[in-house]
Design a protein around this ligand. Structure first.
Ligand SMILES: Nc1nc2c(ncn2[C@@H]2O[C@H](COP(=O)(O)OP(=O)(O)OP(=O)(O)O)[C@@H](O)[C@H]2O)c(=O)[nH]1
Ligand SMILES: [Mg+2]
Length: 286
């Protein structure tokens, strides 16, 4: 299989390991719809647990009950976690309070050890397109770094300094190993990795195989097609039929049906869904 996101990886990894030495707090972002698949590699043990916070971004698109479950599980494993809708600033306050508390402790400690004052340094890390730069801008209250809804928006590290004693380090997305096909499909479903890597019908299958079991009635209502008791490809075919996706010769154009399904899923039009349960998380299974 092709690499999902060529370039950058080796350099980014080396750079993060170097920069982490300067860091007081690491914010590891994951996408709340796919918190397992979006768990970045090699980040977990770079700093002690008290210097690491986990952020579940896009909680606005995820199932609230499963987000709660993920938070509870992560917290119980000593990974303090927060769920955020970053553009709307939802959930930001408890995180800000926690950061301020940690900064006060750092300043106090330096003072007691007779060291001069310096900024509290925060690194934002995660796989591509999970909202790192958006979070950095929200926390620093600046539009200091570029954001965008495609992976690879941030190409190199960038510091943002505030007047309030905080420095933020934005980092480019860390790649996941490209051999894990299921994770790839989940990330593609969530729109985290770029188009064209996976077959659309396969991505649609991955979405439908999960959500049709989780909430068949909700999907029936939103998509206005029969779901219960049907296989994912049958559901996709019904969707194609109801949306007029026909190929020459009158068959259902499954590619077009998949395109519609993926688009509506990503935009949250089918409802709020989380595709993975905490039991599927590699990091927690260890
Ligand atoms: N719905 C929703 N969208 C979000 C959230 N956080 C970020 N986004 C959007 O996700 C897209 C990606 O955000 P970025 O902050 O550029 O992501 P990044 O992790 O810095 O991406 P790279 O620099 O490419 O690694 C943007 O379009 C954001 O507006 C969120 O909590 N909810
Ligand atoms: Mg970025």
């Amino acid at each position: 299989m092709e690499n999902w996101f060529p370039g950058l990886m080796v350099k980014t990894k080396r750079q993060i390991k170097e920069d982490i030495k300067l860091i007081d707090l690491l914010l590891i972002l994951r996408d709340a719809r796919v918190p397992g698949a979006s768990n970045p590699p090699f980040m977990k043990d770079l700093l002690p647990v008290e210097k690491t916070l986990t952020i579940l971004s896009r909680s606005d698109l995820a199932a609230p009950d499963l987000t709660e479950k993920w938070l509870t599980t992560l917290n119980s494993k000593n990974m303090k976690a927060f769920a955020l809708d970053i553009p709307e600033g939802k959930g930001l306050q408890p995180l800000v309070q926690d950061i301020k508390k940690k900064a006060r402790a750092m300043h106090k400690d330096r003072q007691e050890r007779g060291k001069g004052t310096r900024d509290f340094r925060i690194m934002v890390a995660g796989i591509p397109n999970v909202g790192k730069s958006t979070l950095l801008n929200a926390l620093s209250r600046k539009r200091g770094v570029k954001t965008g809804n495609q992976p690879g928006t941030t190409r190199g590290k960038q510091w943002v300094h505030t007047q309030h004693g905080f420095s933020y380090l934005d980092t480019p997305g860390i790649l996941l190993p490209s051999h894990d096909r299921e994770k790839g499909l989940l990330l593609s479903a969530a729109g985290i990795i770029q188009e064209g890597i996976f077959d659309k019908v396969e991505v649609a299958w991955e979405i439908l195989s999960r959500i049709s079991i989780m909430a068949p009635e909700r999907i029936e209502k939103r998509l206005k097609i029969k779901v219960a008791g049907k296989e994912p490809l049958e559901i996709l075919s019904s969707l194609g039929e109801s949306r007029g996706c026909y190929a020459q010769g009158g068959e259902i154009n499954m590619d077009s049906a998949a395109t519609i399904l993926i688009k509506e899923f990503r935009a949250g039009k089918i409802g709020q869904f989380t595709l993975e349960t905490p039991e599927e998380d590699d990091c927690l299974a260890q």
